[in-house]
Design a binder for this molecule. Structure first.
Ligand code: PGA
Length: 231
């Protein structure tokens, strides 16, 4: 299983260094990908864990104040990058056309995109969630050849589930995973949104899932250990 840890905008430098040391002790054969704040990417040091970023610029290196390019990430040994996280869409107005550019830049630099997609509560309730997800996938992965498309990891993250403690049923998650796999049969698919120690006993029975994307839970090594042991 792939376990992606999205630390979001958390931890100070000292806290990160301790966190990283403790993370190193996590046992098991799962692949762990840590996505810390950008400011800590250069401090990363591990043989056990892979490094991911939480975002990437859609542009090349150049006059883009505050941005970090895929080439710069590559120079820090970043192997994965989240793209299209709902918080980036909400607070930074990212659109599928931006996400498509970011995915291209990552692939050009041999960084694997972890593309996040999911529906709002309203879209689920009005039964339009399937259209939302399919349209987003089509627009975000537009213009990629088959080989590149297959490299993208998809994270199904219902927006109403992120940080809320609410999760869909396994049937609802499986329905979306199968929908994604219909479009992208060769891609790995993860689930993200309030996955924790209380619900992992249920979530681990989801069919055809390749792993989990963890936000809040990623910050506590103790809880993360419990989660991974239950998995
Ligand atoms: P959460 O976040 O696990 O805290 O719900 C998941 C995410 O934002 O990727």
């Amino acid at each position: 299983m792939i376990i992606v840890l999205n630390n979001k905008c958390n931890l100070t430098k000292e806290e990160f260094l301790t966190y990283q040391q403790n993370l190193e002790k996590i046992e098991g054969s799962n692949q762990i990908i840590l996505c810390p704040s950008n400011v800590f990417l250069g401090l990363f040091n591990s043989n056990r864990i892979d490094l991911g970023s939480q975002n990437v610029s859609k542009n090349e290196m150049g006059a883009y104040t505050g941005e970090v390019s895929a080439k710069q990430l590559k120079s820090l040994d970043v192997k994965y990058s989240l793209v299209g996280h709902s918080e980036r869409r909400k607070y930074n107005g990212e659109k599928p056309s931006d996400i498509a550019k970011k995915i291209k830049k990552l692939l050009e630099n041999n960084i694997t995109p972890i593309y996040c997609v999911g529906e709002t509560k309203e879209e689920r309730e009005s039964n339009t969630y399937k259209d939302t997800i399919i349209t987003d996938i089509k627009e975000s992965l537009i213009d990629l050849n088959e080989e590149d498309k297959n490299k993208v990891i998809i994270a199904y993250e219902p927006i109403w589930s992120i940080g809320t403690g609410l999760i869909p049923s396994n049937d609802e998650i499986e329905e979306v995973i199968f929908l994604i796999k219909e479009q992208l049969p060769n891609n790995k698919v993860l689930y993200g949104g309030s996955a924790n120690n209380e619900n992992i006993d249920v979530l681990k029975n989801i069919k055809c899932i390749d792993g989990f994307l963890l936000g809040g839970l990623s910050l506590s090594i103790e809880n993360l250990n419990k989660f991974i042991n239950k998995l």
